[in-house]
Design a protein around this ligand. Structure first.
Ligand code: CP
Length: 307
């Protein structure tokens, strides 16, 4: 069974049934990565292009590994070393890639809505690997996989998302996905980093880190997205971390077995204390491991691979 859709553009239009299918499929792929020969023939003969206009370590690498473990041919293009630097437009780049007949294009771009434009333009499946401040659906799916595998369910799980909510595509995708799966989401951050329409998201909004994390099952800390801020939104990093850095003291307010999550990259000592990032409650590297399985599942379900 595959996904009855051409593209994965965001969590807003993905149903709870589709999320469950993706997570169940990802769990079935976990085992492949622990084999001596980490490969299945599922997508043999398929071609996947990773087209990244923004920097990435985790997403790009895990999409490449996921494609290779499914036996697809994977090609990485970064804008900095492509004909984009010679002035080629995104639309021309997409049309030229389409002419080479790949099966799936994975795109990351700083402009919100770019994957949606490509999905209308080309016949290939488009996967959004992060578009501006809009969505990062595969990150939300790997986060949900991590929570579900640790807690057994997403239903009624209490999640706090803390930091630069306004500029975070990770927060937006997680809010859409987690709420569909029955989790309860609280957000916190400086007022200048809260979306103006936060009231429409169906989340509880707190002013302080302490209030947000109290009694929570999961705490998701976010990096300040300086590259997307157009003015100074807080007086200094020292002031920000004094209010919104997760430390042992604030962590003690959460549920006893709370999961500490972060999509990465981490700014140690700014939004999360190093001993908490590396501590027993942290599942940050488990998120990264699950990222490969989730991306294998999405490539398989969109790519029409053999079971
Ligand atoms: N979480 C995430 O998207 O990390 P990268 O920017 O390294 O891909």
């Amino acid at each position: 069974m595959g996904l009855a859709r051409k593209d994965l553009l965001g969590m807003k239009d993905v149903s709870a049934e589709e999320i469950t299918l993706i997570l169940d499929t990802a769990e079935s792929f976990i085992e492949v990565s622990s084999r001596e020969i980490k490969k299945v023939p599922t997508l043999r003969g398929k071609t996947i292009i990773n087209l990244f206009y923004e920097a990435s370590t985790r997403t790009r690498t895990s999409f490449e590994i996921a494609g290779k473990r499914l036996s697809a041919d994977t090609i990485n293009i970064s804008a900095a070393t492509s004909s984009v630097v010679k002035g080629e437009t995104l639309i021309d780049t997409a049309r030229n890639l389409e002419a080479m007949n790949p099966d799936i294009i994975v795109i990351r771009h700083s402009v919100s809505g770019t994957p949606h434009l490509l999905a209308r333009l080309v016949r290939q499946s488009i996967i959004n690997a992060g578009d501006g401040t809009h969505e990062h659906p595969t990150q939300a799916l790997l986060d949900m996989m991590t929570i579900r595998s640790r807690l057994g369910t997403l239903k009624d799980v209490e999640v706090a998302i803390v930091g630069d909510i306004a500029h975070s595509r990770v927060a937006r995708s997680n809010i859409y996905g987690l709420r569909k799966m029955g989790a309860k989401v609280t957000v916190a951050g400086p007022a200048t980093m809260m979306p103006r329409d936060v009231g429409a998201f169906g989340v509880r909004v707190c002013d302080t880190l302490e209030e947000a994390v109290r009694g929570k099952d999961v705490i998701m800390m976010l990096r300040i997205q300086k590259e997307r801020q157009h003015s100074h939104l807080f007086p200094s990093l020292r002031e920000y971390s004094a209010r919104f850095c997760l430390t042992g003291e604030s962590l003690a307010l959460a549920a006893k077995d709370v999961l500490v999550m972060h999509p990465g990259p981490i700014n140690r000592g700014v939004e999360i204390a190093p001993d908490i990032a590396d501590g027993p409650q942290s599942v940050i590297l488990e998120q990264v491991t699950n990222g490969v399985a989730v991306r294998m599942a999405i490539l398989y379900l969109l790519g029409g691979g053999m079971p």
